[in-house]
Design a protein around this ligand. Structure first.
Ligand code: ZN
Ligand code: ZN
Length: 356
């Protein structure tokens, strides 16, 4: 019997319609197209002049800006969704609100290697990518026109990636988007009632139940969410309460890189090469709100950053557009189980590989 489930944070319903007898590993991805032509790639080393000048880079060899030698490079998007210059000019005609399309749109080039992905990158390299996010989040949050900073990564054509070179994007928005607002409002309301973080309580409960915990490390916990929208959707939380990813220590970043790499390797083993989106849900930029000095007062206590991993195995269709909610053909509990088995297998393979 299919089951309707409500997301405990934002109250969104999903239909979990797992077919009886079907194992989640029976679920196969459409293979995603990857191009292999580094010469033509504007993000590869030696093509630095084909991107706008860099705004940040990690260069371990002391090389000069906009030359090869970088390990991570951040550049403005050549075709930005929003423009950096100008003021917001908030205005409205009756019910229609408008403002200028002000924002920042940056591309984080994650490695000089054209054919890498997070499962094949070294842990050190992946944590340098996270450090670059932190640096840009801190720099962009200085601009009080920006109320929300979004970090995301599209991998594969089905996930919307137009370039195959490993990269992620940062978009600074002059508004807090609806989904973030729903999470923030729910977290604040819960905190005002209970003086506890809703995410911390959810993590505690999932640890007690143990049915949807995929992986735990010292600093990170990975959950297969109760009301997952998509097959193999996973959420990564810091074990210790924190609202702001930009404030994480290097130790936490290295641990997160280790966990991400393991989980993505397990998914690839199970599903083959597949498209996915990764999205950071971080606290908004606490820009002062006129006349509401306490507006962000509880934010450091009520919000808890997390990454959402969304493999693109199903298509969003009429039902989803018509209802705003989703049909997920795989049960989150079965996903946790099969992923735990696969992680165990991978570890065993690593161990026997060492012996040989
Ligand atoms: Zn490339
Ligand atoms: Zn928390």
């Amino acid at each position: 019997m299919p089951e309707l489930r409500k997301d405990p944070i934002i109250q969104r319903w999903v239909i979990i319609a797992a077919e009886r007898g079907q194992r989640p590993s029976d679920f196969k991805a459409e293979t995603t197209v990857i191009d292999v032509n580094p010469k033509a790639c504007p993000l590869c080393p030696n093509n630095e002049d084909r991107t706008p000048p860099e705004v940040f880079a990690i260069r371990l060899d002391g090389s000069k800006p906009n030359t090869p030698g970088w390990s991570v490079r951040v550049v403005p998007n050549k075709f930005p969704a929003l423009s950096l210059n100008g003021d917001l000019n908030r205005r409205g005609i009756g019910l229609l609100d408008m403002m200028n399309g002000i924002g920042a749109h940056e591309v984080v080039i994650e490695t000089p290697e054209h054919n890498a992905d997070w499962d094949t990158m070294t842990i050190e390299q992946l944590s340098r990518v996270f450090q670059s996010y932190q640096a840009r989040l801190k720099a962009l949050s200085e601009d009080i026109r920006f109320r929300y900073l979004l970090v995301f990564r599209n991998f594969g054509v089905q996930a919307g990636a137009s370039l195959s070179h490993p990269h992620s994007q940062i978009i600074a928005l002059p508004i807090v988007p609806q989904l973030a607002k729903e999470k923030l409002n729910s977290a604040r309301k819960y905190f005002l009632e209970k003086e506890r973080c809703i995410f911390c309580d959810l993590i505690f409960q999932e640890k007690e139940l143990r049915r949807r915990v995929v992986l735990e490390s010292e600093h990170v916990i990975v959950l297969s969410p109760f009301a997952a929208r998509f097959p193999y959707e996973l959420h990564f939380f810091p074990q210790k309460h924190s609202h702001d990813f930009a404030q994480m220590s290097e130790e936490v970043l290295i641990d997160l890189a280790t966990v991400m790499k393991r989980v993505l390797s397990a998914l690839k083993k199970l599903l083959g090469q597949h498209a996915y989106n990764l999205v950071l849900h971080n606290a908004p930029n606490p820009v002062p709100r006129p006349g509401r000095p306490d507006f962000w007062g509880t934010l450091p206590y009520d919000y808890h950053w997390h990454w959402e991993l969304l493999p693109r195995l199903t298509r969003v269709a009429g039902f989803e557009w018509g209802t705003g909610f989703y049909i997920n053909p795989v049960s989150p509990e079965a996903v946790a189980e099969v992923l735990k088995e696969t992680l165990e297998q991978l570890q065993q393979e690593e161990r026997t590989g060492e012996v040989r």
